[in-house]
Design a protein around this ligand. Structure first.
Ligand code: NBG
Length: 833
């Protein structure tokens, strides 16, 4: 080999400061095409990312090759969302070369923060569901599990949120504008995906009835691969995202006719499939494009999975032993009909054999019980867009209902609830029922949510298939959410218990005994204070507001939704404001209320609540009579990067959803792990957090899910009575309704007041208000005693070991997927063992 080439090769792998520095300079010149004097921060980001990517590629290929050689069973995580955030610090940290990189940049006169801050945030998801998928990718790679992520490479991620006069305004998120150094385009990995057309019946070679889908439009799915670096850099998995490409024939047909505009229009239309992420995580848009997106990425992924399987196998009997496909919510559930189509129509399997294989291959995770979020597509639309799939769904349904008829002894009401088709009104395909029926396992994401699934949405299915539903409580990756986001705390932890916790979070339990160590408490507080200073500076930059570092940082960060009850929090804020004004001589514990989160653009009530919080902030923050003891800030454009700054700085974690409505929550875990005390209802994973941290170290309030259910069954309650009997609540609502916070438009908040009164207060804000205030008061009292507060905060951090997503994916691996870690063989390179 040419010596120069060889030395470059060694350079590519070198992990020391000199080697990194030399490759930065080489990349800057030869790939980014810039001179060091002219390079911008963004150029340096691209340079560093490309150099880091070099260090991953060999190991990535080794990993892929090992899976191939062992013909390992793979798990395919199909998700319409991956909320990844930035990757540079993540990759450096998982490779163990953050310090080396910092020094190399230092020698070039550059600051690491400037470089990492130039990376756009990959926001290919809405909230918890998408972030869970990203945490799972990190955990699968870190556990050495052969896991692939499959999704869509949206050109525009979740919208950018800005405030104009306190109102949310959406702007396009152009994360790919300057290119994406992490991905590898694979123009050769291309699959056709069809839409529309019609189905033809014919006789196959043995005279059996068979079907083919003809006259359909075609779009191509092109792969982009991103390496997923596991902790320690041993396993590098793959996230494959699909981008839509127009087929050539499609274009040329029109060009030849001279219809240039039309050709371009067709191209744009088909490529719209991967243009934008639907910004709705709770309400269904009913848009055909969304349905087509779901089919687009699912079909491409399944074709890819079968191609990989067929490299080693000639029959499909072994598919369930070689591939586990996890459906992240119902978005990819059409995959069940698609796999049936591929097996029966394209590979000529018998129906029953194909169904056995399909069911044994798929598993489905449910992420919400909200009825409006359960996907149900109009039969007429499915028939038009995917005519063959509609037939297949009818066939699955007919066979299933026939068998169930005997078992349910003709209980027609039950049969119609089990049906894949909702026959009421405009007929619809129930994607949840399809996902359930076509999967061998179905799971919820917290113990409470799984129980409620059995009692509510899937009660009938649970009766039919009592072994199918199981629980997999969510988790979070400690790499991103503690090690990277909170260096101050993670260094402190490592100084006392070593670094084992990073890959085995249960080890963090060893910190429990440190809660009684006064020196440790002091250092723990110092770490928190450092993070609070960082957040205060961020708040000042983002909002212009100066907040006191020594105030309680009371944090509610999550998507804006009525069931999450940001409204309850802002009502408490107004009540506290009044108390402070009424009692100016009391020495108040200063409080900073910190909100962040986006509302779906079409969700008017949620947007109105954002405006209310901003209006309240304007009044409170400029009222000299509260002496800066209360500040309210709404940070714009919440995303993974903002979360990494906010969460380590929180004292209080607000997890205050109406009990029974939050499937799990994962922000609750991130905040507790970073030493925030939770104020929460017994909802989602809060229940399990309480069990782990102990009831003395969490502030629980409000109605339980059972109480909520009983209340609803018994016909509700009278919110007006509750309001009338609680003077502080009444006063807060009166202020809002008389325009104290909206002098320019006194009626602005009538819809909110209306919903709380005439509307029956569906989310039980008024019902839980008094108990919520009690919990807030208890937290403020505790904060007066810093030693006791810190003790509890430490116990929170120390008790969160079980909530690692490593634990979660290991449970999936053992109990659902039956996949096992594979140790890749690496040729000698610069990596530490
Ligand atoms: C969300 C739930 C959260 C849960 C995440 C991840 C959807 C549809 N569901 O409570 O609301 O933590 O999923 O499971 O986004």
């Amino acid at each position: 080999m040419d010596a120069r080439y060889k030395s470059r090769e060694i350079e590519r792998r070198s992990l020391d400061v000199d080697g990194l520095k030399r490759s930065f300079l080489e990349w800057l010149v030869y790939s980014v095409g810039k001179d060091a004097r002219a390079a911008t921060r963004r150029d340096w980001f691209h340079t560093v990312a490309l150099a880091v990517r070099d260090r991953v590629v060999d190991r990535w290929m080794d990993t892929t090759r090992s899976y191939y050689h062992e013909d390992a069973k793979r798990v395919y995580y199909l998700s319409l969302e991956f909320l990844i955030g930035r990757l540079l610090t993540n990759s450096l940290s998982n490779l163990g070369i953050i310090e080396e990189c910092r020094q190399a940049l230092d020698r070039l006169g550059l600051s690491m923060d400037d470089v990492t801050d130039s990376e756009p945030d990959a926001a290919l998801g809405n909230g918890g569901l998408g972030r869970l998928a990203a945490c799972f990718l990190d955990s699968m790679a870190s556990q050495g599990l052969p896991g692939y992520g499959y999704g869509i490479r949206y050109e525009f991620g979740l919208f950018e949120q800005r405030f104009e006069h306190g109102w949310q305004v959406e702007y396009p998120e152009q994360w790919l504008q300057f290119g994406n150094p992490w991905e590898f385009a694979r123009p050769e990995v291309l699959y056709p995906v069809q839409f529309y057309g019609r189905v033809e019946e014919f006789r196959d070679s043995v005279g059996e009835r068979a079907y083919r889908w003809v006259d359909a439009d075609r779009v191509l799915a092109m792969a982009y691969d991103t390496p997923v670096v596991g902790f320690g850099g041993d396993t590098i998995n793959t996230l494959r995202l699909w981008s839509a490409r127009a087929t050539r024939d499609f274009n040329f047909g029109h060009f030849n006719d001279g219809a240039y505009m039309k050709a371009v229009e067709q191209k744009i239309l088909s490529e719209n499939l991967s243009r934008v992420l639907y910004p709705n995580d709770a309400t269904e848009t009913g848009k055909e494009l969304r349905f087509k997106q779901e089919y687009f990425f699912t079909s491409a992924s399944l074709q890819d999975i079968l191609r990989r399987y067929l490299q080693h196998h000639t029959s499909f009997d072994n598919l369930p032993n070689k591939a586990a496909i996890q459906l992240n919510d119902t978005h990819p559930a059409i995959g069940i009909a698609e796999l049936m189509r591929l097996l029966v129509d394209q590979h000529a399997l018998r129906w029953d054999a194909a169904w056995e294989i399909t069911r044994a291959t798929f598993a489905y995770t449910n992420h919400t019980l909200l009825p409006e979020a359960l996907e149900a597509w109009p039969v007429r639309m499915v028939e038009r867009v995917l005519p063959r799939h509609m037939q297949i769904i009818y066939e699955i349904n007919a066979k299933f209902l026939n068998r169930s008829k005997a078992r349910t002894s003709g209980d027609n009401a039950k049969l119609s609830r089990l049906s894949l088709i909702d026959e009421r009104g405009d007929r619809r395909v129930r994607m949840g029922n399809l996902a359930f029926l076509g999967s061998h396992k179905v799971n919820g994401v917290s113990a409470l949510h799984t129980d409620l699934m059995k009692q509510t949405v899937f009660a009938d299915f649970h009766e039919e298939f009592p072994d199918r539903i199981n629980n997999k409580t969510n988790g979070i990756t400690p790499r991103r959410w503690l090690k990277q986001a909170n260096p101050a705390l993670s260094e402190l932890i490592t100084s006392r218990i070593g670094e084992g916790w990073i890959s085995d979070l249960e080890q963090i339990g060893a910190l429990k005994e440190k809660a009684d160590d006064v020196v440790f408490r002091e250092e723990f507080r110092r770490a928190k204070r450092k993070n609070k200073k960082r957040l205060a500076a961020y708040i000042a930059r983002q909002t212009g507001e100066e907040v006191q570092v020594d105030s309680i940082f009371d944090v509610q960060v999550k998507r804006m939704h009525e069931y999450k009850r940001q409204l309850l929090n802002v009502l408490h804020t107004v009540a506290l404001y009044n108390e402070m004004r009424d009692n100016p001589t009391v020495s108040w514990v200063p409080v900073t209320k910190i909100f962040a989160g986006k509302a779906a653009p079409s969700y008017h009530m949620a947007k109105l609540i954002i405006k209310l919080i901003n209006d309240v902030a304007k009044v409170v923050n400029h009222d000299p009579s509260v002496h800066d003891n209360l500040k309210v800030v709404y940070l714009p454009n919440y995303n993974v990067t903002a979360a990494e700054i906010i969460i380590p700085a929180a004292d209080i974690s607000e997890q205050i959803s109406t009990a029974g409505m939050e499937a799990s929550g994962t922000g609750n875990m991130k905040l507790a792990l970073n030493g925030a005390l939770t104020i929460g209802t017994l909802d989602g994973a809060n229940v399990e957090i309480r069990e782990h941290v102990g009831p003395d170290n969490i502030f629980i309030f409000g109605m339980t899910a059972d109480e909520v259910n009983d209340l609803r069954v018994s016909g509700g309650f009278n919110p007006r009575e509750v309001i009338a009997s609680n003077p502080s609540l009444k006063r807060a609502l009166d202020m809002i309704s008389t325009g104290v916070f909206s002098p320019d438009d006194r009626n602005r908040y009538h819809p909110i007041l209306q919903a709380l009164t005439d509307g029956g207060d569906h989310f039980l804000v008024t019902a839980d208000f008094a108990d919520y205030c009690r919990a807030q008061e208890a937290a403020m009292q505790l904060y007066r005693d810093p030693e006791e507060w810190t003790r509890k905060a430490i116990l929170n951090t120390a008790s969160m070991g079980w909530f690692s997503s490593d634990r979660t994916v290991n449970e999936y691996a053992k109990e659902i997927w039956d996949v096992h870690p594979v140790k890749p063989t690496h040729e000698g390179d610069g990596f530490r063992p």
